[in-house]
Write a protein that binds this ligand. Structure first.
Ligand SMILES: *Cc1c(COP(=O)(O)O)cnc(C)c1O
Length: 472
């Protein structure tokens, strides 16, 4: 027996033989010689390990090419976000406006006057491209930009309260997710956390009593991803700012998902705007670029000129700065806010959030036959009303009426397993489709589905056979 296997293995083609085939020459043109040689070696060694001898060397090349093609597929891929969460952190938050995309592409292709003052021919500042716009849109004296809002909070605390105390209400010591917890950020920023009040109630006298010789800043955090209800008391930003200015201490307001315009005009609940936070007297306000604002990932810091100047002098600034692509995309995004009337047409985040339930329901009806055809008789599909969420911690308790397709197993037996197989099949499509499973149904919220044709075409290759799932 052993002898037969050994005899067989001796018939395995050599790497050289395989590389001489026409398919291999073609593959070398596509992937380069070293990659093809590596893949061919890998396939041959697999054949040896499995004692499987191919009939022709071309079979080895074909297997090697499949390996190389799979490896070429981008790791970071577009998906259809049908989760119902518009700003989904795990799915990359905002989809950018066309003008922002064009600006970023131009910046990628070309040398840019990033830190170069074209008028005077001298060295310039990379933040200058955004400073004016941010001041215009928020009413702040000055502005600076860093990698994201977590970085904004870190550098603000480190600049204004290093080796000093930061006073915060116990009701605002938030965790945003991942490793971003306010107390830990504070300790890394080198500031001492002084908690005041209780989880549900904090009074002005609590803050006043905590102020001392070592106080660096009074810090207010917009608790954007949860809400404390019932017997509660928080000190308003305006009251805090007044107290802070009386005691000559800077008041910093972390808005999280700051918006630049009132969202009520788009039929959404009101979220405090950055201009309001500045008008309420905050000395420094921090907010995200890729939450409600609808731009690329960034953290904005706006406020008093002397404080922004100190932040810019912090060596951390160099470690947290933005590249030319993002600065270009941010500039284009911010410019859209000069014309709020057309924001819903031009800025995808606002457009998606303000889509009416009836418009989405019409979309659900149009796509129902395609989805039913793709999932086959094992499942039944129906139009369903559902609730979208804004996501990224913005307006956590606010949901927006939406519509979608609910896919259920046609029979009760093994329904859970079938739904999981369906979800896996959808994730395995060329453009993966991500929905959510709730109450024995896979729900596809169609709010964020822009390209219905591409969605329907993509579904044509849906494979729900058991075998595919096992091999995957
Ligand atoms: C989201 C958020 C942050 C962090 O912002 P990123 O842009 O995700 O870094 C900080 N503070 C608050 C209040 C937030 O909501």
């Amino acid at each position: 027996m052993e002898k037969i296997v050994t005899a067989n293995l001796r018939r395995l083609p050599s790497v050289d033989e395989v590389l001489k085939t026409a398919v291999a020459a073609d593959a070398i043109g596509r992937f380069g010689r070293p990659a093809v040689v590596g893949a061919v070696r890998h396939v041959i060694s697999q054949c040896r390990a499995n004692a499987a001898v191919p009939d022709r060397p071309e079979e080895v090349t074909a297997a090697a090419v499949s390996l190389l093609e799979a490896r070429e597929r981008p790791k970071l891929r577009p998906v259809f976000n049908l989760t119902g969460t518009v700003l989904h952190t795990n799915l990359g938050r905002s989809v950018l406006a066309e003008s922002a995309i064009e600006a970023a592409v131009t910046a990628m292709r070309s040398a840019m006057a990033l830190e170069f003052d074209l008028e005077g021919g001298r060295r310039g500042e990379r933040d200058d491209h955004l400073r004016g716009l941010l001041c215009e849109l928020t009413g702040a004296e000055d502005a600076t930009v860093v990698n994201n809002n977590a970085a904004a909070v870190l550098i603000v605390l480190n600049t204004l309260a290093h080796r000093r105390e930061t006073i915060v209400s116990r009701g605002e010591l938030i965790e945003i997710g991942g490793a971003f917890r306010m107390p830990e950020i504070m300790s890394r920023a080198g500031t001492k956390l002084v908690e005041v009040g209780t989880t549900n109630r904090t009074h002005k006298k609590d803050y006043a009593g905590a102020i001392g010789a070592k106080t660096g800043i009074i810090f207010k955090v917009h608790t954007s991803n949860y809400r404390i209800e019932g017997f509660t008391k928080e000190v308003s930003a305006r009251e805090l700012a007044t107290l802070a200015s009386e005691r000559k201490i800077p008041m910093v307001h972390d808005l999280g998902s700051g918006t630049l315009v009132g969202l009520a005009q788009f039929g959404l609940a009101h979220e405090p705007t950055v201009a309001e936070a500045i008008a309420d007297g905050a000395d420094v306000v921090t907010f995200s670029g890729d939450k409600l604002l609808g731009g690329p990932q960034a953290g904005f810091i706006v406020g008093r000129k002397d404080l922004i100047a100190a932040i810019n002098r912090n060596p951390m600034k160099r470690a947290l700065r933005l590249d030319k692509m993002r600065i270009a995309a941010i500039e284009a995004t911010l410019k859209l806010y000069r014309d709020p009337d057309r924001l819903a047409q031009r800025l995808p985040t606002v457009r998606l959030l303000s889509l009416s339930q009836s418009a989405i329901e019409a979309r659900s009806r149009r796509l129902l036959p395609d989805v039913q055809a793709a999932v086959g008789p094992l499942f039944s599909v129906e139009v369903t009303a559902c609730e979208s969420q804004i996501g990224s911690g913005a307006l956590p308790l606010v949901t927006i009426p939406s519509s979608g397709l609910a896919i259920r197993s046609s029979s009760a037996r093994g329904a859970g397993r079938l739904l999981k197989r369906l979800a896996a099949g959808l994730r395995d499509l060329d453009i993966p489709v991500v929905g959510r499973i709730e109450e024995q149904a896979l729900v596809l919220d169609l709010r964020c589905l822009d390209d219905e044709r591409a969605f329907a075409r993509n579904l044509e290759t849906l494979d729900l056979s058991e075998k595919r799932n096992e091999s995957a």
